[in-house]
Design a protein around this ligand. Structure first.
Ligand code: KIV
Ligand code: NA
Length: 265
């Protein structure tokens, strides 16, 4: 199979073929996700939670992200690899973001992801113009948990919804290829997705009317010991193997049966 490039993602968006994304942190799972049809592997800073046992993503370092990106890159060929920029590695300036994105790209990432709305647009443009594709991330941005006051749904008010949509438009204009929408009302995610012309939306707790979906691997396999968020479905329920569970996730994203209303705000 041909590798998943920016061009292929744009084509999937234009043709209405859903993008199936999961987090991935090592070579064995990278190979497993690839053989079951996952399009995009996110080396998420959620590794702080699910691998390291931290209560937030804030302690994750660039060195951790580089190491896990190398592991994932060795295990897969076809999927696009997106690496999270960790807390404190990009917020200071576009220059700081480029300096810290470079080792992630050298480690095998094809795109970096950073959290934040319109105020990050200048940084997004700076990276994109210098050859680094960017995935934005708005709504619930876990690196800002202390400012947000917890892991809660974002964009519930009319003003909050307007803000999310103007943030997305600014990030799209700056050249971001993808945007993760985390914990936003389905109606807002749908309106936002319809307002965009090039940037593909990837939902997590954002309803079914996005261009793709993402979940944390350990959540969708039911092996994370913490509380299960409303938007998570355990795909091991009724599956015989991990391969089977991942294949069911990909099929459910592609046919629109996941997320269902019970996973949605
Ligand atoms: O780190 C992560 O796993 C993420 C996803 C939840 C989108 O950012
Ligand atoms: Na993340």
């Amino acid at each position: 199979d041909r590798p998943v490039t920016l061009h292929e993602l744009a084509k999937m968006r234009a043709e209405g073929r859903k993008i199936a994304m999961l987090t991935c942190y090592d070579a064995s799972f990278a190979a497993l996700l690839e053989r079951n049809g996952v399009d995009v592997l996110l080396v998420g800073d959620s590794l702080g939670n699910v691998l390291q046992g931290q209560s937030t993503t804030l302690p994750v370092t660039l060195e951790h992200m580089v190491y896990h990106t190398q592991c994932v890159a060795r295990g897969s060929k076809r999927p696009m690899i997106v690496a999270d920029m960790p807390f404190g590695s990009y917020q200071e300036s576009p220059q700081q973001a480029l300096r810290n994105a470079a080792p992630l790209m050298a480690a095998g990432a094809h795109m970096v992801k950073l959290e934040g709305g319109a105020y990050m647009a200048e940084t997004v443009r700076f990276l994109v113009e210098r050859g680094i594709p960017v995935c934005a991330h708005i709504g619930l941005t876990p690196q800002a948990v202390n400012q947000l006051g917890g892991y809660r749904v974002q964009g519930r008010t009319e003003e909050g919804a307007r803000q999310l949509i103007s943030d997305a438009l600014a990030l799209e204009a700056a050249g971001a290829a993808l945007v993760v929408l985390e914990m936003v009302p389905a109606s807002v995610a749908a309106e936002l997705t319809a307002a965009l012309t090039t940037m593909a939306t990837i939902g997590i707790g954002a309803g079914k009317d996005t261009d793709g979906q993402v979940l944390v691997l350990h959540d969708m396999l039911g092996i994370f010991p913490g509380r299960k968020a409303r938007f998570v479905r355990n795909f091991m329920d009724g599956a015989s193997t991990i391969d089977d569970a991942v294949a069911r996730y990909v099929a459910a994203v592609q046919d629109g049966s996941f997320p269902a209303p019970e996973h949605t705000y």
